[in-house]
Design a protein around this ligand. Sequence first.
Ligand code: ATP
Length: 212
Amino acid sequence: MPGHPRIGLYGGAFDPPHVAHHAVAQAALGQLGLDLLLIIPTGQAWHKSRPLTSAEHRLAMARLAFADLPRTRVDERELHRTGPTYTIDTLAEVAAEHPDAELFLIVGADQLQQFPTWHRWQDILSRATLAVANRAEHIGTDALSPAHRPSNLSAVEIPFVTLAMAPLNVSATALRRHMQQDWLDGVLDDVPLVSPAVAGYISTHNLYQNHS
Ligand code: ATP
């Protein structure tokens, strides 16, 4: 890596990883000129009320989902942390491992809305540039323009850069619901919302049959 590597951190439950996650990662690699992209499956995140699929399965699916992307590595560290996992701790660790790096934190637009609720969010901004991908089903295509900032953020100035990508109307929640209804085969035949490798893994391990 060059003297001042550009490193992206992209965290998520990835339960399961879907095509929009892949598109965000691809956009980040290209548009931010990343030398390294870390895909970071979360532990049992404090802000998600539902129990997540096991770390073992989510890790395996993440490896399959992002395997084709260059300069991209699935990073297990948050899965091994006991207690709550915080992004600021992960950022601090990565910064210590790569002292000369410029760090980018990659999130979807829904997370931008919630960002002021994140643990030590100002410290996060002092260590990393926030890179935000638009998210169709949440707040519309022009959601990132100032005029469309959600009102709860109107008093908060959050600097960020935008990742240009066609908004994709897909969420892991919707996927899990559909799979519970045995819809998986149809979904995958018509519109691939997860990669064939991830679909194969889900099917082999009978995941998402009893999830909400
Ligand atoms: P869930 O529906 O279970 O909350 P999710 O689809 O939002 O899951 P996460 O694993 O929680 O997926 O998301 C990881 C990151 O990817 C978050 O920053 C989220 O905003 C972003 N993301 C997820 N789906 C999209 C999408 N369709 N477009 C843009 N960003 C997305």
